[in-house]
Design a protein around this ligand. Structure first.
Ligand code: UGA
Length: 428
C-alpha cells in the first residue's frame, strides 16, 4: 500500500523504514530540509540498532523516499500517519501545535478518501480534534481519523516494531478497519480494534503503568536497604508470578527519557481536565524524583564534601543502547555534582556528543576506563551492557579511592568487592 509518514523523528523514521521493509511504498515527510537531504543520502540522524541497514536497503529498492512536501505525500498515499513531536509544556500538558499544524496542512491537500492516522503520543480526545480540524479547513473532506499508538522502545525500536506484542487501532468508522488491517497483515500479530478514545488511552495507561512498576520497585529498594534484603531477589520472586512479570522491576536511579516523564505528566493533566485527580501517578512521579536524591545522598554521605572531588561517571544516555539524553537521570545527576563543585569526567558509548552541551563543565573521555584517573568515586548511571566487562581491576588501580556507586545494579557485587571496590548498589 502507498503510505505517508509525516515527521521523520524516532517514531516516524523507524515506522516508515519498517513499513517499507514489509513491502509497502512509503514516503517520509519532514519540514527540516537539511534532515530530508541527509536521509536521502543515507545518513541516519539517530543511533538505533539495525535502522541504517533497513533504511539503505529500502531506499535502494525504491520503497522508501523522503520529501519536505506534505502535499506530494498526501496525493500519493491512501493512509497518512502523523508522527510529529508532542513536546511537554511547563504545566505538564503537551504541546499539540505540531499535530494541529500537520492536520491543517493535510486537510488542504485532500481530494479523495484518505485515512489520517495519529501515531504521535497524544492525550485522549486528540483524534476527535484532528477530525474536526480537517473538516474545518476542508469541509466535507472524505476522511477517517485513526489512532494507532506506538509501543517501541528506543534502543530496540526496530525489533519492537517488526515483532510487536499487539497492534492497537482505534477507529471512528468501520471504513478504516480494512486498510489498517492490510497495512499490519505482514507483521502477523494480533490487531486490536477499539474506538478512538480507548486507543489513545491505551498508550498513556501503558506507559504510566510501566513507570509505576519502576517506582514501585524503587520504593521496595528503599525498604530493602533499610532491612538488609536484596531487591534483585525480591524482584525475581515477584516477577516469577505471571500476573506480575519480571520486566520493568529493575531498581535504579529512576526512569527518564522522552516518554515516561512527559506521558505521566500529560496523563495526570488530561485526567484532571476530565475531572479525575490521578493521585497514584503523582506519587509515582514523586518517588522517581526522590530516587535521584536518595542516590546523590549516598554519594555525599561517602565523600562528605563534593567540592573539588574527582568523580568518574559511566553512562549519560537515559538508558542503554541509545544516544538519547532527553530527561536523562544521568545528566541530572552530573549537573547536580557539578553544581556542588565536583570535577566530573564522563564516558558514554554513544551519548557523549549529545550530552556535552548539557554538561559543558564535564570532561568527556575517549575510553570508559579513563574516567577513573585519580577519581575519588565512580558512578555507573546507564545500563550499558558493555560496562559489565570493563577491566575493573585496572580501573581500580587508577582511582584515588575505590568507591563505586552502581546506579543500575549492573555489576555483580561479590565479584566487584573481591577486586577491592567499596561497592554500593540500589537496594542490595
Ligand atoms: C517507553 C516504553 O517502554 C515504550 O513501550 C513506548 O513506546 C515508549 O516509551 C514511547 O512512549 O515512545 P523508552 O522511553 O524508549 O520506551 O524506554 P524504556 O525502555 O521504557 O525505559 C524508560 C526508562 O525507564 C529508562 O530511563 C530506563 O532506564 C528506565 N527503567 C526501565 C528502569 O529504571 N527500570 C526498568 O526495569 C526498566
Amino acid at each position: 500500500m502507498n503510505l505517508a509518514i509525516v515527521g521523520s523523528g524516532y517514531v516516524g523514521l523507524v515506522t516508515g523504514a519498517c513499513f517499507a521493509e514489509v513491502g509497502h511504498r512509503v514516503i517520509c515527510v519532514d519540514n527540516d530540509l537539511k534532515k530530508v537531504h541527509q536521509l536521502q543520502d543515507g545518513n541516519i540522524p539517530i543511533y538505533e540498532p539495525g535502522l541504517e541497514e533497513i533504511v539503505k536497503r529500502n531506499v535502494a529498492a525504491g520503497r522508501l523516499s523522503f520529501t519536505a512536501s506534505i502535499g506530494d505525500a498526501v496525493e500519493a498515499s491512501k493512509v497518512i500517519f502523523i508522527a510529529v513531536p508532542t513536546p511537554p509544556q511547563p504545566d505538564g500538558s503537551v504541546d499539540l501545535s505540531f499535530v494541529e499544524g500537520v492536520a491543517r496542512e493535510i486537510a488542504i491537500h485532500i481530494k479523495e478518501y484518505r485515512i489520517v492516522v495519529d501515531k504521535s503520543t497524544v492525550p485522549v480526545k486528540t483524534g476527535e480534534k484532528v477530525a474536526q480540524t480537517i473538516n474545518r479547513y476542508n469541509p466535507g473532506a472524505p476522511i477517517d481519523v485513526v489512532s494507532n499508538p506506538e509501543f517501541l522502545r528506543e534502543g530496540s525500536a526496530v525489533e519492537d516494531l517488526m515483532k510487536p506484542d499487539r497492534i492497537v487501532v482505534g477507529v471512528s468508522s468501520e471504513r478504516a478497519v480494512g486498510p489498517m488491517k492490510e497495512i499490519y497483515e505482514p507483521f502477523k500479530v494480533p490487531i486490536m480494534i477499539t474506538d478512538l478514545n480507548s486507543a489513545e488511552l491505551i498508550k498513556h495507561a501503558s506507559n504510566s503503568f510501566l513507570a509505576l512498576k519502576i517506582s514501585y520497585i524503587n520504593a521496595v529498594a528503599a525498604v530493602c536497604e533499610a532491612s538488609g534484603a536484596n531487591v534483585e531477589r525480591v524482584a525475581d520472586g515477584m516477577g516469577a508470578d505471571k500476573r506480575i512479570g519480571r520486566d520493568f522491576l529493575n531498581a535504579g536511579v529512576g526512569y527518564g527519557g522522552s516518554c515516561f516523564p512527559k506521558d505521566l505528566s500529560a496523563f495526570i493533566r488530561i485526567s484532571e481536565e476530565l475531572g479525575y485527580n490521578f493521585r497514584l501517578l503523582k506519587e509515582v512521579e514523586a518517588i522517581n524524583r526522590d530516587q535521584k536524591e536518595r542516590f546523590l545522598k549516598k554519594v555525599r554521605e561517602s565523600l562528605w564534601v563534593l567540592r573539588h572531588k574527582k568523580i568518574g561517571v559511566l553512562g549519560l544516555a537515559f538508558k542503554g543502547n541509545t544516544d538519547d539524553v532527553r530527561s536523562s537521570v544521568a545528566i541530572a545527576i552530573v549537573q547536580q555534582l557539578i553544581a556542588e563543585g565536583a570535577e566530573v569526567r564522563a564516558y558514554d558509548p554513544k551519548a557523549m556528543e549529545k550530552a556535552q552541551p548539557l554538561v559543558p563543565e564535564a570532561k568527556m573521555t575517549e575510553r570508559a576506563e579513563d574516567v577513573a584517573d585519580g577519581a575519588d568515586a565512580l558512578l555507573l548511571l546507564t545500563e550499558w551492557n558493555e560496562f559489565k566487562s570493563l577491566p575493573w581491576a585496572a580501573i581500580k588501580k587508577r582511582m584515588l579511592s575505590p568507591l563505586l556507586f552502581d546506579g543500575r545494579n549492573l555489576l555483580d557485587p561479590a565479584a566487584i568487592r573481591a577486586l577491592g571496590f567499596n561497592y554500593t548498589g540500589i537496594g542490595r
